[in-house]
Design a protein around this ligand. Structure first.
Ligand code: C2E
Ligand code: CA
Ligand code: CA
Length: 594
């Protein structure tokens, strides 16, 4: 009957420590390889192993003289050595009843000699052994050899403890951190699979940064830490035996081996399914918004490349609302264009010939009279050609450049407004502003300066911003909006219906106008849901005493329907496309009764 080693009393804790150390399944480490190499020379044995004893297997962190990476635990000599603090020596396996029928003894590599010193952590957990083996029995292994072997085991433990202690462990979860992840990736690059498979570095973000910030603000950091520990336990158990790293506040990473991209995506989708959509912590359910970025680990790539590629896959997944993105160099093309565009904005602002404004009329649906025009920025770049504001404004909004653009637009709107006032053309000009413009005094200060220096009636200026601009410190936003309103300048909420406005808050915004987003209007007259939503928004605006504007009117049918439903004003291609200032006056004289 096969002999089996007794299980250790503290087996569960021992396994826990072993897994948290993140050694199982990690790449070859030159420091450990050097130790096994020297030991082979010192002891003259063909086989030297650093064996880590996992639940059902022993896995070799470093090995000399053996092809396989692991064996079943039942065949591991080391399991017997785990119970001791001293090295265990088997001079001849054929004379020891515990090993006579072990397949590693009866068959290849026909082991006859074994000596293993236990690897014991500071907290007393035995991880495995540093062991030497030979296909020849050996009676000359004496006390001083045992001492040397124990010293090798100590050396291994010093390296393991160093990896654990010095800046490699995330204090909250005890998982290896980002620094360790990047170092391990560096090691993996020299230890890529020889079977033709590829290795992929994978990062999983379990929820949006803003969701986590809100959780912190609402429930406090103790709760958020507990939530992360719940998530950590779930991810670690799903990924076993693959080591998991915590690389950012809500981001976990690991390395996966897969035959090809398709197989990898299958593995990732099964991981996501196991993670599930909802995680409950202290009886509060949280909907996870998992995003996965992956990148193939190639031997020639530098650390920076991997990090950048992962970030690029990640941000692509988030912005495109995909749940998984495998990095592809094309993603960089988009990022490089974004970078070129951002770099070109300051030059364009300084040149004064690249940016211009076009104006799109807005009319009273009952009378057909033009009530206002919306200033829309246009960019003709000498090398990149025409760049749509739908492309460059969202990029600029991620930086402080948006404030420079707004200032440019505002100054030009005032020049135009003064000109039209001189020509006795009285209609409102509205301009688009962004969240950052409401974040401090600068926009409002400039507005005051321009009102003081131009002959323009403040009621002929209107600022439009989307619901999403009402973020950040609401008391500051409130203050800026009040200042704007007190000047007599009008306020419009743009793209209404697309954000997730808190209606109670919206009621407090001193908006004079609500602009129904074009996505509802363009489907008219077919989409019944959109019809219901439009009617509700018109009703809401009327309740609040606001002027309701429908954007994106592309047909006469839509125009007539909106008029019937009581919508006050409209804007859209069917009325007029945006025009250069000269054409606005021509259009007014031929299309509109003032
Ligand atoms: P927006 O503020 O919602 O402006 C309306 C957009 O819809 C304009 O696109 C306009 O040309 C287009 N549009 C108007 N009527 C119709 C229609 O009937 N059908 C369709 N399909 N489209 C219509 P544009 O000029 O490309 O601007 C896109 C967005 O870029 C604007 O959306 C606004 O968010 C932003 N933007 C434009 N100019 C500025 C600016 O000066 N400052 C800021 N911060 N954002 C601007
Ligand atoms: Ca607008
Ligand atoms: Ca709009």
């Amino acid at each position: 009957m096969a002999h089996t080693a007794p299980l250790l009393r503290n087996e569960a804790e021992r396994l826990d420590v072993l897994r948290r150390l993140c050694l199982l399944g990690t790449p070859r480490d030159p420091a450990f390889d050097q130790m096994t190499k020297i030991a082979s020379l010192v002891f003259g044995t063909p086989i030297v192993l650093i064996s880590l004893v996992d639940e059902g297997r022993q896995w070799f962190k470093s090995k000399i003289g053996l092809e396989i990476k692991e064996t079943p635990r039942s065949q591991a000599f080391c399991t017997y050595a785990l119970n001791n603090t001293e090295p265990m020596v088997v001079h001849d396996t054929l004379l020891d009843a515990r090993f006579t029928s072990n397949p590693l003894v009866t068959g290849e590599p026909n082991l006859r000699f074994y000596a293993g010193a236990p690897l014991i952590t500071a907290e007393g957990a035995c991880l495995g052994t540093f062991c030497i083996l030979s296909d020849q029995p050996r009676s000359d292994f004496d006390k001083s050899d045992r001492e040397k072997l124990a010293q090798f085991a100590q050396l291994v433990m010093m390296r393991i403890e160093t990896l654990r202690n010095i800046g490699y462990t995330d204090p909250l979860t005890q998982l290896p951190n980002r620094v360790r992840f990047l170092e391990d990736i560096e090691l993996w690059k020299h230890d890529l699979p020889s079977n033709g498979n590829s290795l992929f570095a994978v990062a999983i973000d379990i929820c949006d940064a803003s969701y986590f910030r809100k959780m912190l603000a609402t429930f406090g950091s103790e709760y958020a830490d507990g939530f992360l520990l719940t998530i950590t336990r779930r991810i670690v158990s799903i990924m076993l035996p693959v080591p998991v790293y915590r690389v950012d506040s809500t981001v976990y990473a690991f390395v996966l081996e897969a035959e090809n991209d398709k197989r990898l995506l299958n593995q990732l989708s099964s991981i996501k399914t196991k993670l599930g959509g909802i995680i409950e912590h202290q009886l509060i359910p949280h909907a996870l918004q998992v995003v996965v970025g992956a990148v193939k680990v190639l031997d020639h790539e530098t650390l920076v490349d991997i990090t950048r590629a992962l970030r690029s896959a990640f941000s692509h997944a988030r912005t495109k609302r995909l749940s998984t993105t495998l990095y592809h160099p094309d993603l960089d093309v988009a990022q490089q264009r974004a970078f070129r565009i951002l770099a070109a904005i300051p030059v364009a602002l300084a040149s004064d010939s690249q940016f211009s404004l076009q104006y799109q009329p807005r009319v009273n649906l009952s009378t057909g009279a033009c009530t206002s025009v919306e200033a829309l920025i246009r960019w003709n770049h000498p090398k990149l050609g025409i760049i749509s504001p739908a492309e460059f404004i969202p990029l600029a909004e991620k930086t402080a450049l948006i404030c420079e653009i707004t200032a440019w637009v505002l100054k030009n709107v005032f020049k135009q407004a003064e000109l039209w006032t001189e020509q006795r053309q009285f209609f409102t000009i509205s301009l688009n502003i962004s969240a950052l413009d409401l974040d401090n005094d600068r926009f409002c200060d400039l507005l005051i300066l321009l009102l003081n220096s131009h002959n323009v009636n403040p009621s002929l200026i209107e600022v439009e911003f989307t619901e999403s601009a009402i973020v950040g410190d609401l008391s500051i936003v409130d203050k800026q909006l009040k200042r704007i309103r007190e000047l007599g300048v009008k306020i419009a909420i743009d793209d209404f219906g697309t954000g997730y406005s808190n209606l109670a808050y919206l009621k407090q915004v001193p908006a004079t106008t609500l602009k129904i987003d074009q996505s509802f209007v363009r489907t008219l007259p077919t989409d019944r849901d959109d019809i219901a939503i439009i009617k509700a928004m018109i009703g809401l605006g009327i309740q609040f005493g606001q002027c309701i504007v429908a954007e994106g009117i592309e047909s006469e049918v839509a125009y007539d329907l909106l008029k019937t439903w009581g919508c006050h004003e409209g804007q859209g291609y069917w009325i007029s496309k945006p025009m250069v200032p000269g054409d606005v006056i021509t259009w007014l004289s031929s299309n509109c009764k003032q």
